[in-house]
Write a protein that binds this ligand. Sequence first.
Ligand code: ARG
Length: 358
Amino acid sequence: MTQSTLREKAKSYLTLCYHELNKQDLFDERWSEVENSISKYGTYELLGFELDYGTKVAWRNSNKCIGRLFWRSMEVLDKRSLESTDDLFEALFEHINFAYNGGNIRSTISVFNAQKGIRIMNPQLLGFAAYKQKDGSIIGDPKHLRFTEECVKLGWKPKMGAFDVLPIVIYKEGKPMEWKEVPSNLISLVSIEHPNINAISDLKLKWYSTPIISNMTLEIGGIEFMASPFNGWYMGTEIGSRNLADEARYNLLPEVAKQMGLDIRDKNSLWKDRALVELNQAVLYSFRKAGVKIIDHHSASKQFMQFMRQEAKEGRDVTADWAWIVPPTSGSTTQVFHTEMEDVVLSPNYFYQETIWD
Ligand code: ARG
């Protein structure tokens, strides 16, 4: 990023931040400080409250997220002072534990130093391994086939289960990658049971409690935090309609349908649709039973509509990516389906990053 782009981005974010937080009287002094720092060092450091608010506005601007009604409630763990890899691992474990909160999941972000070339190699802090067998079939979550191979190269021992939690891998510029197993007392998996179809419970499916995305870059005022894992709580369809159901993921619909006694050769039987509904009900039922916070797609859609009204009241347009906001199942039964959205990318925001191995 050139100095003039950085200056522009910094000014635009600080203007927004000081305006929305009613700190306009402090702006001029702060801006001259930041400008000086950029000219002198080519960068600047966000103050604690600027970082804190930036993580929240970045969430508010996340066009693919249906859960944004709660954008103000992000818990921010400012870890910018950490240096050693051991301390980084400790902070990541702390994040998993703090966010889980005994099942009452808290939206949380940990922010690591932007200048130290720190990257977390996992797509999420919690995730399941995948193993390719001799006959070409895959055990586990195919999404992580490549990542699992890299873990094995680094010395992690494959366990050959369908729901093995992967180790965390940290990369610091110019150093070899380091990995650590997530301590088992921090891992909470939910066993998926159906309230009345025992055959679905018999599949012994599981999912983890907290989706903690760790491969996106948080950009605030031109500062790019490449290590800034963040989480919310699950919406049931993410697991029931995608992770367990997609053909490129666990691909379980044929098995679920067979367990339900449906004819999977007859497209008119809508066996996929029936299996999806039952799988989704099982996910919601099991998380609730286990005391782990989760939201169904109907409530999430309602909350998103409320978010749109709330933003309108504050004089802001909501930007959104319709294809992501509409739930993957029963779309037209939710109000978001019938709502027009504009997919304009604002800053601060969370951006995809390229994986290092590609
Ligand atoms: N869809 C991703 C998954 O199934 C998680 C994305 C973030 N989801 C959330 N509810 N905050 O793991």
